[in-house]
Design a protein around this ligand. Structure first.
Ligand code: FAD
Length: 388
């Protein structure tokens, strides 16, 4: 058994670290102070992403992406997660379900998105459909030559800069026919309802959109009618691994900042890392990160070896739950170690503490991950989590 990273993986890790520190870190305070980044900064990051060869890591080279394995995506995401303000989102991962697009749809949407010329947003959540998306009220009705879409979507991440939205709707209002549609944002009937403010200062916005008798062509269905959930289920594995990797990266940066501060900060005539209260917090942080990172690397490697979709889904839920809760505990301790400075927005630990709170909510809340995990334990026994 060899747990060492290969030469290629070490090179990717070093390159991802340098990209994060030299391309993303310089824009963190711009994002914090302006609750987002400017168009110019965004374009700068797009250009750099293309130059560094990090565009669309999750899509095939044939479709204009990098064709990274899950393990390679994990190595990259871990480094990206160190950046605050979710500036990592300026490096785009086009929605996974677009790999089910027709060739014509790929040419119109996926390929230019992979190339950084277009940007997608993915809208499932609604006022009454959150953890339970079957309550979706957005509907698509057949009309001559296409579909008429009506409904309202919440939390549309990147909805401000995306030029098209993948809209999850129920055909004929029937929950057994969940279907995804390509909707151009400039179509008549697509209305920006409002852009709420959130806890974090994210590079982009999460607006709410209304779809009022929006007509799209027959060719705008992604995948098959009724395939909406199946396509997103596959995506959950990739998305949850991405969150877990970024959480590990964020926790590492917070721990490093706290460790450095604790060695330099003098109180009562000595560095505060001489006090056992501080040492023990750093010890717990190190242990928690080690556990989470071991789990992350193991599962990322495993997913590249096996196509067992259900097993991967079950394990990704455990990983996302653990890593997102771990980063909350680590960042909280980092804030504590920095004392009053830890509460200042100019400190990375403060921003990471705030930024990573959402990781326990989006892509399935911690409670929903526990529902999945406990359901798997009932069905298959504890073995899938403990018996290897
Ligand atoms: C910043 C941000 C960006 C987002 N971006 C997007 C996006 O781009 N596209 C998109 O479609 N959505 C997006 N979301 C929505 C996100 O996926 C949902 O917020 C999330 O799935 C939870 O849904 P909800 O907010 O409606 O909470 P609810 O489902 O109403 O849950 C409320 C509480 O009840 C708990 N709960 C619900 N059901 C159960 C259960 N069965 N057992 C135990 N507890 C339960 C939850 O865990 C939670 O604590 C985003 C959200 C945020 C905050």
């Amino acid at each position: 058994m060899d747990f060492n990273l290969s030469k290629e993986h070490l090179e990717l890790q070093a390159k991802a670290k340098e990209f994060t520190e030299t391309v993303l870190f310089p824009h963190e305070m711009e994002c914090e102070e302006n609750d987002g980044i400017s168009r110019e900064t965004h374009q700068k990051i797009i250009d750099a992403t293309l130059a560094w060869g990090f565009n669309a890591p999750n899509h095939s080279k044939e479709d204009g992406g990098q064709g990274f394995s899950i393990f390679e995506q994990t190595i990259l995401n871990e480094q990206l997660g160190k950046a605050t303000g979710a500036i990592w989102d300026a490096l785009w991962y086009p929605s996974y379900p677009m790999r089910f697009a027709t060739q014509a749809q790929k040419e119109e949407y996926l390929i230019p998105t992979c190339q950084g010329k277009r940007r997608d947003a993915y809208a499932i959540t609604e006022a009454d459909a959150g953890s339970d998306p079957t309550q979706c009220m957005t509907r698509a009705d057949k009309v001559e030559g296409g579909w008429k879409i009506n409904g309202e979507k919440w939390f549309v991440t990147i909805g401000d800069i995306a030029d098209y939205i993948l809209v999850h709707a129920h055909v004929d209002g029937d929950s057994t026919k969940p279907t995804v549609f390509f909707v151009e944002k400039n179509l008549p009937g697509v209305e920006l309802k409002r852009t709420p403010l959130y806890t974090h200062h994210f590079a982009f916005k999460h607006p709410e959109y209304i779809f009022n008798d929006v007509i799209v062509g027959e060719d705008k269905v992604l995948g098959e009618i009724g395939q909406g959930y199946d396509m997103t289920k596959d995506w959950f594995v990739e998305a949850r691994l991405g969150i877990a990797a970024r959480c590990v990266g964020g926790a590492i940066r917070a721990a490093e900042e706290a460790n450095k501060f604790a060695a330099e900060r003098i109180q009562f005539g000595q560095p505060i890392n001489n006090f056992q209260a501080i040492e023990f917090m750093l010890a717990d942080m190190g242990v928690e990160i080690m556990a989470a990172k071991s789990m992350l690397y193991r599962l990322s490697w495993e997913i590249d070896q096996t196509g067992d979709r259900k097993l991967n889904h079950a394990k990704a839920a455990a990983l996302k739950l653990y890593c997102s809760e771990m980063v909350g505990r680590v960042c909280d301790k980092a804030v504590q170690i920095l004392g009053g400075r830890g509460y200042m927005r100019e400190q990375a630990v403060e921003r990471l503490w705030r930024d990573t709170r959402v990781d326990r909510i989006w892509e399935g809340t911690s409670e929903i991950q526990r529902v999945i995990i406990s359901g798997q334990i009932k069905k298959r026994g504890l073995d899938i989590y403990t018996g290897w």
